[in-house]
Design a protein around this ligand. Structure first.
Ligand code: DC
Length: 231
C-alpha cells in the first residue's frame, strides 16, 4: 500500500472509546486538520429529517434521496473544529445529541451513502496533514494512512463515561440502559456490509478502559513517531 504524501493519522474505534477526544487533541498537537467522520453520517440523517425524508424507510429509492441530498448540500457545509456551519447556522449542538447518533446509525449501513461520504472525506486530505476518526478510516477510507490506531474499551467503562454526559443533559438514562445501547451500537457498526468497524492489520490497538486521556494521547504520539510522523 502506497503511503499518502500528505500525512494521515486514521483512528477507528467503538462508540465512546475516546477516539473523538484523542483525535482532536492529536490534531492540535501535530498541527493537522481534524475530520470527525461520524458528523457526516449525523449530518446526512439530519438533512433527511428536515427535508421530510423518512430515514426508517430503507427502500433504495428513498435512501438514494438521502445520498443526493448530502451530495447537493455538502457545498453549503463548513466544518470548523467543534462547529458545523450549515447555511450560516451552527448545527453542531443538534448533531451531537444522542438522538442524532441513533438517526445516523439508521442510515450509515447504506453502501452508496458510504461511497458519497468517502469522496467528501478524501477531499479533506489537505497539507500539512489530517487526523481522521470514525469506524472505517484505516480499513476503507484512508488505507494509505501513515499511522493507524484502533481504540476500544469495555462496555462498562464506556457506559460510565457516557453516564456523565447523560446526567449533564438530564436525559434520565441509566447505566444499564447505556450498556445495552452501546452493545447494540457495536453490533450495528461491526455488521455493515461496507465500511464495517474492524481492526486494521497494521493498526496500533489500545484498550482505554483503565487509561487517562493523557496516557492514551502519549501512546498515540509515540506510535505516530514510530511511523515517521514529525512530532
Ligand atoms: O462516531 P459517531 O457516534 O458520531 O457516529 C455516528 C454514527 O455513524 C454511528 O452509528 C456510526 C456511524 N459511522 C460510520 O458508520 N462510519 C464512520 N466512519 C463514522 C461513523
Amino acid at each position: 500500500m502506497n503511503i499518502n504524501p500528505i500525512p494521515i493519522v486514521a483512528i477507528d474505534g467503538t462508540s465512546s472509546s475516546g477516539k473523538g477526544t484523542i483525535a482532536s487533541l492529536l490534531a492540535k498537537k501535530l498541527g493537522y486538520h481534524y475530520l470527525n467522520s461520524g458528523a457526516l453520517y449525523r449530518l446526512s440523517a439530519h438533512l433527511a429529517i428536515i427535508n421530510n425524508i423518512d430515514i426508517t424507510d430503507h427502500t433504495e429509492d428513498n435512501l438514494n434521496k438521502v445520498v443526493s441530498l448530502i451530495i447537493e448540500e455538502s457545498a453549503h457545509v463548513t466544518f470548523i473544529e467543534k462547529q458545523v456551519i450549515y447555511r450560516g447556522v451552527d448545527i453542531w449542538p443538534i448533531l451531537t445529541s444522542q438522538e442524532a447518533g441513533n438517526n445516523a446509525a439508521l442510515i450509515s449501513f447504506y453502501p452508496p451513502l458510504r461511497y458519497a461520504i468517502r469522496d467528501f472525506q478524501r477531499g479533506r486530505i489537505v497539507s500539512p496533514g489530517l487526523v481522521a476518526e470514525g469506524r472505517d478510516m484505516a480499513t476503507a477510507v484512508f488505507t494509505d494512512a501513515q499511522a493507524k490506531i484502533y481504540l476500544d474499551a469495555s462496555v462498562e467503562a464506556r457506559a460510565t463515561r457516557r453516564l456523565k454526559d447523560e446526567e449533564r443533559r438530564n436525559s434520565g438514562k441509566t447505566y444499564e440502559m447505556l450498556c445495552e445501547e452501546l452493545r447494540k451500537r457495536d453490533e450495528t457498526d461491526k455488521g455493515h456490509e461496507v465500511g464495517a468497524l474492524k481492526l486494521a492489520e497494521d493498526a496500533f490497538f489500545i484498550d482505554t478502559s483503565n487509561m487517562t486521556i493523557e496516557e492514551v494521547l502519549s501512546d498515540c504520539l509515540e506510535w505516530c513517531k514510530q511511523k515517521g510522523i514529525d512530532i
